[in-house]
Design a protein around this ligand. Structure first.
Ligand code: SAM
Length: 327
C-alpha cells in the first residue's frame, strides 16, 4: 500500500488516498472522484462499486462511497460504506469513525484516531500557515499572548515562563507569539510534517512527535511553568485526561492556557467540520477534577468559517492553592 495526494485545492487538503494495490481499481477510484467533483454522483458511485468489486478491502473507495451516499441523504448506505472503510483500515486514517458518529451510528463523541489526525495534518502542513491565518483569520496565538499577559498582571507575576510546553504545536505559530516570554518552549504534535515545520521556525528547544496527553503525562511533577494549547483541543473529545496530566505537571504558580470551540448546548459535540466543540460545563468540570481553577474564561472567536466567526472559549487556569478555597 502507498499513499499519494490526488489533488490540492487551496483551502482544503487533498482527499487521503490509500492505494488498493490494484492499478485498475485505483484508476476507477480516480475517475470516480473526478465525476463526483463534476457533480455526476451516479457515475461516481458506479465506478466506485466497480473498483470495490476488484478490491473489496479498498478503504479509500469505501470512504468516498460513504461521503457521496451521505451527501445524497442515503444514511443507511453511507453507514455501511463507512463501516467497511473502517474495517479495511483499522487505524482509520480517513476518519470514517467520525462520520459514523455524525450519522448516529457510533458513540457521539469518539476519540479521534492518531492515524486520522496525523494524515489530516501531514497533508495540511505545507499550506497550513497561509490557510489558517490568511484564509480563516486565525488569531489564537495573538489572543493567547494578550490574555496571558493580563492574567500575569492580575496575579502580580512576571509575564515570563522558564519552561513552557506547546501542546499540538502545529507549525509553531503559538511559540512564535510567545518566544519573548519563555525561557524554553518544547512542542509536541502528532503530525511529523507539522512538527518538521515547527522545527524550521527555530523557536523550540525541542519538538516531539507524539500524542499530547501522553507527552504531558511523562513530564516530571511540577516541572512546567506554562502549558499552552492553541486550537488543538478541538481534536480531543474528552478534556479530562489532558487536564489531569497538566494539573500534575504544572508548577505551583504555573499557568495553563488554551482555546476551544464551543456550542450552545451542554457537553461535547462533534461538529460538521469534524472538530469538537466543548461547552463551558465540560471545560470547567475537567479543570476542577484536575485540581485547577480558571483564572480567565473568555468568550472569543479565534477563526472564521465561511466568513462567520466560530464561537469559542479562551481559558487561563492555574493550580488551586486549596481545594476548599478557589483562587
Ligand atoms: C489546528 S492545529 C493548531 C496548531 C497550533 N497550535 C496553532 O495554534 O497554530 C492543531 C494541531 O494539533 C495537533 N494535534 C491534534 N490532536 C493531537 C494530539 N492528540 N496529540 C498531539 N497533537 C495533536 C495536530 O496535528 C495539529 O498540528
Amino acid at each position: 500500500m502507498y499513499e499519494m495526494e490526488l489533488a490540492k485545492p487551496a483551502m482544503k487538503p487533498a482527499a487521503l488516498f490509500l492505494s488498493s494495490g490494484d492499478v485498475l481499481a485505483d484508476r476507477r477510484y480516480e475517475r470516480a472522484k473526478a465525476y463526483a467533483a463534476e457533480g455526476d454522483r451516479t457515475a461516481a458511485i458506479d465506478l466506485l462499486m466497480q473498483a470495490l468489486e476488484r478490491a473489496p478491502a479498498f478503504a479509500s473507495a469505501w470512504f468516498a462511497l460513504g461521503e457521496i451516499r451521505a451527501e445524497d441523504g442515503d444514511c443507511t448506505g453511507a453507514v455501511a460504506a463507512f463501516r467497511a472503510a473502517l474495517a479495511a483500515d483499522s487505524t482509520d486514517r480517513h476518519g470514517a469513525g467520525l462520520h459514523l458518529a455524525r450519522l448516529g451510528a457510533a458513540d457521539a463523541a469518539p476519540a479521534m484516531t492518531p492515524g486520522y489526525v496525523r494524515s489530516l495534518f501531514d497533508q495540511y502542513a505545507p499550506q497550513f500557515d497561509r490557510t489558517l491565518v490568511e484564509g480563516l483569520g486565525y488569531r489564537g496565538p495573538e489572543l493567547l499572548r494578550q490574555t496571558l499577559g493580563e492574567a500575569c498582571a492580575a496575579r502580580q507575576r512576571p509575564f515570563y515562563f522558564q519552561r513552557a510546553l506547546d501542546l499540538g504545536c502545529g507549525t509553531g505559530l503559538v511559540a512564535e507569539a510567545l518566544r519573548e516570554n519563555c525561557g524554553t518552549i518544547t512542542g509536541v504534535d502528532l503530525s511529523p510534517a507539522m512538527a518538521a515545520a515547527a522545527r524550521r521556525k527555530g523557536v523550540y528547544q525541542e519538538v516531539v512527535v507524539g500524542d499530547l496527553t501522553d507527552f504531558v503525562v511523562a513530564q516530571p511533577e511540577g516541572s512546567c511553568d506554562l502549558v499552552i494549547a492553541g486550537d488543538a483541543f478541538v481534536y480531543l473529545a474528552d478534556l479530562a485526561p489532558v487536564c489531569a496530566a497538566v494539573g500534575r505537571a504544572l508548577a505551583p504558580d504555573g499557568l495553563f492556557a488554551f482555546t476551544v470551540e464551543t456550542h450552545a448546548g451542554p457537553g461535547v459535540v462533534l461538529g460538521e467540520k469534524l472538530r469538537y466543540a466543548h461547552a463551558a460545563d465540560h471545560v470547567r468540570a475537567a479543570l476542577a477534577a484536575a485540581g485547577l481553577v480558571s483564572l480567565m474564561f473568555e468568550s472569543v472567536s479565534t477563526r472564521t468559517e465561511n466568513g462567520v466567526p466560530v464561537p469559542g472559549w479562551l481559558v487561563i487556569a492555574g493550580c488551586n492553592p486549596s481545594p476548599n478555597k478557589p483562587c
